[in-house]
Design a protein around this ligand. Sequence first.
Ligand SMILES: [Zn+2]
Ligand SMILES: [Zn+2]
Length: 367
Amino acid sequence: MIATQAAVVHENGGEFVIQDVTLDDPGFGEVLVRNIATGVCHSDMFVQGGMVDMPRVLGHEGAGVIEALGPGVNTLKVGDKVIMGFNSCGTCNNCLSGKPYSCESFLLLNMFGRRLDGSTNITAADGSAVSGNFFGQSSFARHSIANVRNVVKLPDSIPDKLHKIMGPFGCGILTGAGTVINALRVRPASSIVVFGGGGVGLAGAMAALASGATTVIVVDLNDDRLALAKTLGATHTFNGADANLKEKIIEATGGGAHYAMDTTGNMKVVRLSNDILRIGGTTALVGLSVPGTPVELDHMGMLDGRNIIGVVEGAAVPQVFIPELIDLYHAGKFPFDKMVKEYPFADINMAFHDSHVGTTVKGVVVF
Ligand SMILES: [Zn+2]
Ligand SMILES: [Zn+2]
């Protein structure tokens, strides 16, 4: 048993309460990670509002150092610097086909707070069970139990200053950049419109620039985020409230975009993201909505050859893709650090508030 502290949510939509908890010792194929920092992601807020048994520990963009190994772990060692991404089973058809992001047990392993056998790995001071295991980590805590499958080892040479802001490579940044590079496969000299200038959208915009796209448009309601998009290299920014938004995008892209990416989960924006494509273009849907939400599209517009795809976790194998993103960063083509703001653990509720209202693009809580 490991005594540690976690930020626990006790009711749907409730604030985080930092309290003492104990973690189980790492089980077969698991490791104990001492977290140095963790990112704040939109899906934490989404799940903060429901879906998992209470009380629970969220957090799924952890960065830390391996402190102990469970039985059967021989690919990691104590002291390894790591970040944590999503978990996958490794044995289903999709995992075996190199698509862990489409794991048939994805929801069970990442969202519901339990191991596959139904057990939890976090206990409150009064002995009651706390839902953990969120994305195989529940990293809003000073320690996490993670699985070898969702741990990505970083080079020993990575400086702490960089390591602690790299947790978002485990989800938000992976999602944005992976959607552009792995799913849309953005080509040089192409055009892309990114709807939503949060961490996912701006990671997508940076990845599009790194891929050689020459027209990169970011749309958001927040002018500060649009200004940041410009400093990251976006060629155009438009406020989503602009009455002539569609016409302006069509004009800026010379008749429609090759690619679009929706990170908002707003159905009007989803429709627009498909309407602004040129024939043969593709929209990638990334933003969450409430399950069962219908979307209306222009049928004839799609029949002309406008495509729409859904993408989970950037269609990325984290252990392969994250080192590639780090290389892009070192090459000066992925300046993700410009969108990160750090908060002490005690201010986790403020980090969420600032992310929610949009004054912070990518919050990182530091332990
Ligand atoms: Zn699987
Ligand atoms: Zn996420």
